[in-house]
Design a binder for this molecule. Structure first.
Ligand SMILES: Cc1ncc(COP(=O)(O)O)c(C=O)c1O
Length: 417
């Protein structure tokens, strides 16, 4: 029997728990698929427990989870969902996957998060849900968002892809505040299964719908149970029918679920590492007036997917590009920019202007044509080119300090100029 040992690399610290043990269990059990629900169920139970929630539903990505949640809310053609302008394009896609229109709300220049005042301005009689995206590790202003949602009878979907164990000013965990919390476990996220996603909720009806929609609508699926095959004698019968709900195949493979289970066992340890790097970055910025860190509202906890700052160096004659270059010359990781605003991505413009999903195929998206008419989010447009994201996935102090050294040196370099 070949024994695999995890080699020590810059990334291996993330997978030094029971990952290999649980993956071996899956393989030794003859590759039980998620139709039998073993590793998926164990992972879901552990995840739900850590977040103090009744239901967790695994999925194959953090885009699929958004789609599943919106479908469970009953979002469909003719509906609108409010989404921040500054997030990944997948937040907009998920709304369109459900057949509805994303309506973009502006963000705040200090927290970089969706602006509740603008949310309220964007509400129409077609609005069905608000997608609160907790960017870079910081929880949105959920108190205000919940108030608006209640007033207008809307669902609230929290996208926590970048925010594991973040809390708002009331101490509530991201993902447990709205109707549904959605997480991505794509490789760069706090927890990773390579690719994957997971949903949490206390609402049994929503949990069952989300699981069924992601599980091809097998009729045996329940809020707490993904098993689709039960008694073989009932099942192997020409009269037996299997599907009573529409769905996609968004199931998470058992091997990925095995990794997820091991990851959630170490969630506090992993999150603490990111917070530690963030604290070091924040300290290193003391006295620097042109790198303005994402504001953390009093009492809330940012868990730093990346350390995000607003670069205001232009007013001191320093360009975004020059600062990034200098930081890297001193040994820092490549600073990430912010993604283009969702509505500025070429595909979102193509859908708007030509009603196409592919440049060379007409008509597929004709029902969305013109959906961006009048869209303008001035804060997000001003902020997006200024964002710098410093990496926060270092596992050991030495690697963290390489980033901090580079940041201090780059600041000192431009101070001298
Ligand atoms: C805020 C946000 N939402 C959704 C997603 C989509 O997750 P996935 O890549 O797992 O589909 C991501 C991933 O980058 C994200 O950062």
């Amino acid at each position: 029997m070949k024994k695999e040992i995890l080699k020590k690399t810059a990334n291996s610290w993330r997978f030094e728990g029971n990952e290999i043990k649980y993956v071996s269990e899956v393989l030794n059990s003859g590759f039980g698929s998620s139709t039998s629900g073993n590793m998926n169920q164990r992972y879901e139970t552990a995840f739900a427990k850590r977040f103090g929630m009744k239901f967790a539903v695994t999925s194959n990505s953090g885009t699929s989870t958004l789609h599943q949640a919106l479908m469970a809310f009953g979002v469909g053609p003719g509906d609108e969902v409010i989404v921040p302008a500054l997030t990944v394009v997948m937040c907009g896609y998920a709304v369109m996957h459900a057949g509805a229109r994303p309506v973009f709300a502006d963000v705040l220049s200090d927290t970089f998060l969706i602006d509740p005042v603008d949310i309220e301005k964007k509400i129409t009689k077609r609005t069905k849900a608000i997608m609160a995206v907790h960017m870079y590790g910081q929880v949105c202003d959920m108190e205000k968002i919940l108030k608006i949602a209640k007033k207008h009878n809307l669902y609230v979907l929290e996208d926590c892809a970048q925010c594991y164990l973040g809390t708002d000013a009331q101490g509530r965990l991201a993902g447990t505040i709205g109707h549904v919390g959605s997480f991505s476990t794509e490789n760069s996220k706090h927890l990773s299964t390579g690719d994957g996603g997971i949903l949490i909720t206390n609402d049994e009806v929503l949990a069952e719908r989300m699981r069924k929609f992601g599980g091809m609508g097998f009729k045996n699926i329940r809020a707490l149970n993904g098993q689709v095959r039960k008694n073989k004698d009932t099942f192997q019968d020409p009269k037996y029918v299997r599907h009573d709900t529409f769905g996609y195949n968004y199931r998470l493979p058992e091997v990925a679920a095995a990794i997820g289970l091991a990851q959630v066992e170490r969630i506090d340890f992993i999150v603490k590492k990111r917070i530690k790097v963030m604290e070091k970055y924040r300290k290193a910025l003391a006295g620097c007036d042109y790198l303005v860190p994402q504001r953390i509202p009093k009492g809330s906890r940012n868990t730093c997917w990346t350390f995000a700052v607003r670069f205001e160096g232009e007013k001191r004659g320093i360009s975004w590009y020059d600062f990034r270059k200098k930081f890297m010359e001193y040994g820092g990781d490549g600073i990430y920019s912010a993604w283009a605003l969702v509505y500025n991505e070429p595909i979102m413009q193509l859908i708007h202007k030509q009603g196409r999903f592919f440049p060379d195929l007409p008509n597929q998206a004709k029902h969305f044509k013109g959906y961006l008419k009048g869209v303008h989010c001035p804060n997000a447009e001003k902020l997006q080119p200024k964002i710098m994201q410093f990496t926060a996935n270092q596992g050991i102090e030495k690697d963290m300090n390489i980033q901090i050294y580079a940041l201090k040196k780059a600041i000192a370099f431009f101070n001298k100029k």
